[in-house]
Design a binder for this molecule. Structure first.
Ligand code: AOS
Ligand code: ZN
Ligand code: ZN
Ligand code: ZN
Length: 406
């Protein structure tokens, strides 16, 4: 059955001029980093729900992440959040990760959970608090040295709730001061990925509100600083794939935090609400992947694909499996775009033809293709089912309730 479905799919794609061997190779190369915080308890400002069986410490978070990688083959690294994942010995955490076939990925400083940061961290009017916040950034650089992490992902909750509450321009300068100090502490192999979000928790102004501000800081800091696009961090209607194309073209797109949303920064399972947006993001990336400029191709190669989700009511591990499979599916669909066909239609000024050439790829059922590559990789064809049928979901119940949470 699978074979017949694949044979038909292969025939169909061949007729469209798609080289399936190349598609398969690219699919097998896809890597998506999962976040340690996605495995723990989380919630909204109204309630953090406690589930039975969530990891009790960073070591167990890696054990759960290893399940996701074992079954999908997609997630060899895990992002950590400091101090949520603070341990005495990062070398020990690193070897634990390696023993599970994983690596420690991006290090995420946390400058939003201490009392002192109520009016800002690196942008606080009090120099003592700014110092403390900057020291935490430096601590994270040191941790990244120990864990062997390339990327430091920065997101700041800094902002104000009311006009006049803070001096926007002074805060802008303090932000640059802190980032500069951190940038100078990084090793040449490291990258600073600067995230932005237009509101929440601050509701009047956010110091790093949009991609333009993140880009401006990255430009001032130097080549090791780049922009991180979190898909949930835009106003309704924003054309995220345009931002992606623009940043790639400027060689400043460092990575993604994938998630999906209906209203704001909802942190829902990526691809659950807006799969076409995700597909169009990959369209832009793949369009740039063949650019004649080698620096653009290199930018595309270095993009860090990361999930940033907080699973409040979902079972954590299945939610993560669903998420990465959704990314894989949209990536697979985008790989079916015939770029030459799109370009020809553009040249002819054929608006409908160009749109059709892009959309048609989205409309294919890629299930036979995904089953085929999983078989070739020795992975279960249905990773979700394989997880649910395994003993792991039952085994972790022994951990009880009250695991790690933010
Ligand atoms: C916050 O909205 C951001 O997306 C950050 O990436 C944050 O660090 C992450 O959600 C973990 O809290
Ligand atoms: Zn209300
Ligand atoms: Zn994020
Ligand atoms: Zn967010």
């Amino acid at each position: 059955m699978t074979d017949r479905a694949y044979a038909l799919f292969e025939e169909q794609q061949k007729a469209r001029g798609i080289d399936l061997e190349q598609v398969k190779q690219k699919l097998k190369g896809l890597k998506i980093e999962t976040p340690s915080w996605g495995y723990g308890d989380s919630g909204t400002r109204f309630k953090v729900f406690q589930q039975t069986g969530v990891p009790r410490n960073p070591f167990e978070k890696f054990e759960d992440a290893a399940q996701v990688h074992r079954l999908t083959g997609l997630c060899p690294s895990v992002a950590i959040h400091i101090p949520w994942d603070k341990v005495d010995d990062y070398g020990k955490l690193k070897s634990h990760a390696e023993s599970l076939g994983l690596q420690i990925g991006a290090v995420n400083p946390n400058l939003f959970q201490e009392e002192e940061y109520m009016l800002g961290s690196v942008t606080n009017a009090d120099p003592v608090i700014r110092r403390k916040a900057t020291d935490h950034l430096l601590e994270c650089v040191d941790i990244a040295k120990e864990t062997g992490s390339r990327d430091l992902s920065l997101w700041f909750a800094d902002g104000t709730n009311y006009p006049g509450q803070g001096d926007i321009r002074k805060r802008k300068a303090w932000m640059l001061e802190a980032l500069t100090e951190m940038y100078k502490a990084m090793t040449p192999q490291m990258r600073m990925l600067i995230e932005y979000k237009f509101f929440e928790p601050a509701f009047y102004h956010t110091d790093l509100a949009d991609w333009g501000m993140a880009y401006n800081y990255a430009l001032k800091l130097g080549p090791q600083a780049e922009v991180l696009v979190d898909t949930g961090h835009h106003a309704q209607g924003t054309n995220v794939e345009h931002i992606v194309a623009y940043l790639i073209d400027e060689k400043k797109l460092g990575g993604f935090h994938f998630n999906s949303r209906k209203y704001a920064d909802d942190d829902l399972i990526v691809g659950a609400i807006n799969p076409y947006e995700l597909f169009l993001i990959f369209y832009q990336i793949l369009n740039a992947a063949n650019d004649s400029d080698s620096e653009i191709r290199q930018t595309v190669d270095q993009i860090a694909y990361m999930i940033d989700q907080s699973h409040n009511i979902e079972q954590k591990i299945p939610a993560m499996i669903r998420s990465v499979l959704n990314v894989q599916t949209q990536y697979a669909k985008a790989l079916l775009i015939n770029h030459a066909e799109v370009e020809e239609a553009q040249q002819r000024g054929d608006v409908l033809g160009a749109e059709d050439a892009v959309r048609r790829a989205f409309e294919f059922d890629v299930t036979p293709l995904l089953h085929a590559i999983r078989e070739e990789q020795g992975l279960p064809v249905d990773p979700m089912k394989a997880y649910l049928d395994s003993s792991y979901p039952k085994d972790i119940l022994a951990r009880g309730k009250g695991g790690a949470s933010w």
